[in-house]
Design a binder for this molecule. Structure first.
Ligand code: SF4
Length: 367
């Protein structure tokens, strides 16, 4: 089969839910986020091994996650990591880890996210199974997706040619469905949440628009409430994508005024900040504080100062002194203000003068 669209292991779960996503995402670059950056970092630490520079720079929690994966027992004697492999044009990608021997192969897929393992992951690991079977010329492959945060795992395996052929047919059905020119767009929370096409996808927009004519949340029927919960995250993601588009758009947007506000404050030197508040927090707090944004960090420390008997004002001043020289602001943030308000103000306060002007203009033109 000609590989018209991309069918990487990681895209198969979305393509199984929304066949049209292969067409919609084709050629779009990957988007980075703090979550994907952390995932890349942890995968790299797994690849580079214990004691490597990236491994030594991991936080305590990250090191724990990585070590949990490293401690998993391997079935076969030979190890390979990060070799690109393909199931004859069906799907392709880079498994995280493969061990193999004369009897077969074992594949591991690390899931470092907070949410554990999505059910759709089954398609991703089936794709890996087929590609590794073809790469190592074996029909005995077991693939495990493992999430160290939640200690969850999901396994698929083939022990002979027959089972391998069954999995091939299942994955081929997903790939074939997404190769047809009118492949269905099937928006859903699961399918759309990380889709690169979300900001311009007509399927997702239609799904959202069916809800814009719905009653207020308090007036939804139980059935509507249930359906709305199904797509709640889709709304959020779609609305975030709309906001991103609006920020990037350089022209004027009718009815809206663009402005900017100061960027959010952040602690530029977390290690220094923690050392300055060390007499107020214990080791357990330190781990939590490392991940908190500035606002929550300040609330936490001010709370501790208040426990020592300081007034709110004094505690806030003391916190500001402690953070002197290490707090900075991020880039200015674009804001949008609806123009309707000022139009209403004009119409209520200046209606008379506008009417007078219009009357004057019309009488002038009729003269
Ligand atoms: S945004 Fe949703 S409906 Fe549109 S292509 Fe992506 S997964 Fe499919």
């Amino acid at each position: 089969m000609a590989l018209k669209f991309e069918h990487t292991f990681s895209q198969l779960p979305r393509q199984a839910l929304c066949p049209g996503s292969a067409r919609m995402e084709h050629g779009l670059p990957s988007e980075r986020s703090s979550y994907s950056d952390e995932g890349t970092r942890l995968h790299q630490a797994m690849h580079d091994g214990p004691g490597s520079p990236i491994d030594r720079a991991l936080t305590e929690e990250q090191a724990w996650l990585v070590n949990r994966c490293r401690e998993l027992p391997k079935t076969y004697p030979y190890d390979v990591m990060e070799n690109w492999c393909s199931a004859s044009g069906l799907c392709e990608g880079r498994p995280d880890f493969v061990s193999y021997g004369p009897e077969g192969a074992e594949v591991w897929d690390w899931k470092f996210g907070n949410s554990g393992i999505d059910p759709g992951t089954v398609w991703q690991i089936k794709g890996q199974l087929l590609a590794v079977a073809e790469w190592l010329l074996t029909s005995s492959v077991i693939v495990t997706a493992y999430a160290p945060r939640t200690n969850e795992s999901l396994v698929v395996k083939a022990e002979n040619e027959e089972q391998l052929a069954e999995i091939w047919d299942e994955v081929a059905a997903v790939v074939n469905a997404s190769e047809t020119p009118d492949a269905l767009l099937a928006p859903s929370q699961e399918a759309c949440k990380y889709c690169k096409a979300l900001s311009f996808c007509e399927g997702a927009a239609k799904e959202v628009s069916t809800y814009t004519s719905l009653p207020e949340p308090s007036e939804l029927s139980v059935a509507q409430l249930s359906r709305a919960l199904d797509v709640r995250s889709l709304f959020t993601k779609w609305s975030e994508a709309v906001y991103k588009e609006a920020k990037a758009f350089r022209g004027s947007i009718p009815g809206w005024t663009r402005g900017t506000r100061e960027g959010d404050r952040y602690i530029a030197d977390v290690v220094m900040a923690l050392s300055r508040v060390s007499n107020l927090v214990d080791t357990k707090d330190v781990l939590q504080l490392m991940t908190l944004p500035y606002g929550k960090f300040s609330e936490f420390v001010i709370g501790r100062l208040r426990e020592q008997g300081m007034t709110e004002k004094l505690a806030a001043e003391q916190f500001a002194t402690l953070m002197q020289g290490i707090v900075e602001r991020g880039a200015p943030i674009t804001t949008f203000r609806k123009e309707k308000e000022s139009v209403r103000r004009i119409s209520s306060h200046s209606k008379k003068s506008l009417d007078a002007t219009t009357d004057g203009a019309s009488s002038a033109s009729s003269n």
